[in-house]
Write a protein that binds this ligand. Structure first.
Ligand SMILES: Nc1ncnc2c1ncn2[C@@H]1O[C@H](COP(=O)(O)OP(=O)(O)O)[C@@H](O)[C@H]1O
Ligand SMILES: [Mg+2]
Length: 338
């Protein structure tokens, strides 16, 4: 059985409209008006147990709304969701045992309680066997570096500490599925690394299914083999991260450190262009379909004294930008688009 199945999932928010002032308020009483906001517009996908899937899209694309429907917080306007065979909205209590949710920058823990007391309570609520609980607590404390924090109330933790605590609280009942909505937002690199390591460990050791929303494409590259990209509430890509990198990573850049000045006019192969220039540094961008790195480098070396150069791999951030910008239409036909 799939872990998560969404079919033609949609959410329309109905927003009451009112003209300003008393007259507006009275009018709204007599004849209420609404504006419909389509946040999620017929999305279908299925996720197998043990997958770690990146769910990405620009701000307002509909990511959080989707996650809220998958967790049962929101009821879909249309379409269906099944999480381990259950309807998460109708079967909220049973569903809660199987899932864990983290919304970045919002805590579900008791603000005034020490972390350990919060964890004890959660373990009781979910009836985690005491021996299992002690074992998990030890392991979480180690991977998430929580030992020093167990006695500290959540209220007085830093953002990074809170997020590590939050992950422990979310996973202490060992849910089969975890939804992480921007878990690393605002965190420094070291904390991000810890969190990524923890997610990887949970997935590797327990086969936890993870659906991850993040603005940090580093999270995605490190954790996910599959990504789902949405835009304007619609699904625009669902597939391996390697496919988008290979197919959409059309452009590469070569950075040259030059030993001498760079002429204003340069003769470059077809498909190559200057994308940055300093006194002794030149960045060239080229289309892999039209030129090769060695062609570009050889042509430049004939005109400029080159001390060193490096080629950068296509980066996911640039690719995703291209996809959002409608770059899909230019791609070869065999690319499976949704
Ligand atoms: N409760 C709500 N009422 C009205 N509009 C909403 C509500 N929640 C989200 N939206 C709108 O739905 C769209 C998708 O929002 P959201 O799912 O939060 O996007 P994302 O998480 O991808 O940034 C946005 O335009 C947002 O303003
Ligand atoms: Mg969001």
């Amino acid at each position: 059985m799939s872990a998560i199945v969404a079919e033609q999932l949609a959410k329309v928010f109905r927003i009451p409209q009112k003209d300003p002032g008393v007259v507006g308020a009275l009018k709204a009483l007599v004849r209420p008006r609404h504006a419909d906001k389509v946040a999620v517009d017929g999305i279908s996908f299925s996720i197998e147990p043990g997958e770690v899937v990146g769910y990405i899209g620009v701000n307002g694309a509909g990511k959080s709304t989707t996650i809220k429907m998958l967790t049962g917080i929101l009821e879909p306007t249309a379409g269906t969701v099944r999480v381990l065979g259950r309807d998460p909205h109708r079967d909220r209590v049973a569903n809660a045992r199987n899932i864990g949710v983290v919304f970045g920058q919002r805590t579900q823990m008791w603000w005034d309680l020490a972390l350990l007391e919060s964890l004890n309570l959660i373990a009781k609520i979910y009836e985690v066997p005491p021996a299992r609980y002690r074992d998990l607590l030890d392991r979480f404390a180690e991977t998430l570096e929580l030992s020093e924090l167990l006695k500290v109330p959540v209220r007085s933790m830093s953002l990074g500490q809170k997020m590590r605590a939050e992950l422990a609280a979310t996973l202490i009942h060992e849910p089969a599925i975890v939804y992480l909505d921007e878990p690393t937002i605002g965190l420094d690199l070291l904390v991000k690394e810890r969190i990524r390591e923890f997610i990887k460990q949970q997935n590797r050791e327990r086969g936890t299914t993870v659906l991850l929303t993040t603005h940090d494409l580093g999270d995605i590259e490190e954790l996910c083999r599959r990504v789902i990209i949405i835009d304007g509430g619609r699904l625009i890509y669902d597939g391996p991260i390697t496919t988008i990198k290979a197919r959409f990573g059309r452009y590469r850049t070569i950075t040259f450190d030059t030993g001498g000045p760079i002429p204003v006019e340069l003769d470059l192969p077809h498909g190559a262009e200057v994308s940055g220039r300093e006194e002794r540094k030149l960045v060239l961008r080229f289309d892999r379909g039209l030129a090769s790195a060695s062609q570009v480098a050889a042509r430049l070396m004939a005109q400029v004294e080159v001390a060193d150069f490096s080629i950068s791999e296509p980066d996911l951030a640039g690719i995703v930008k291209q996809i959002y910008a409608g770059g899909l239409a230019e791609q070869p036909e065999e690319v499976a688009l949704c």
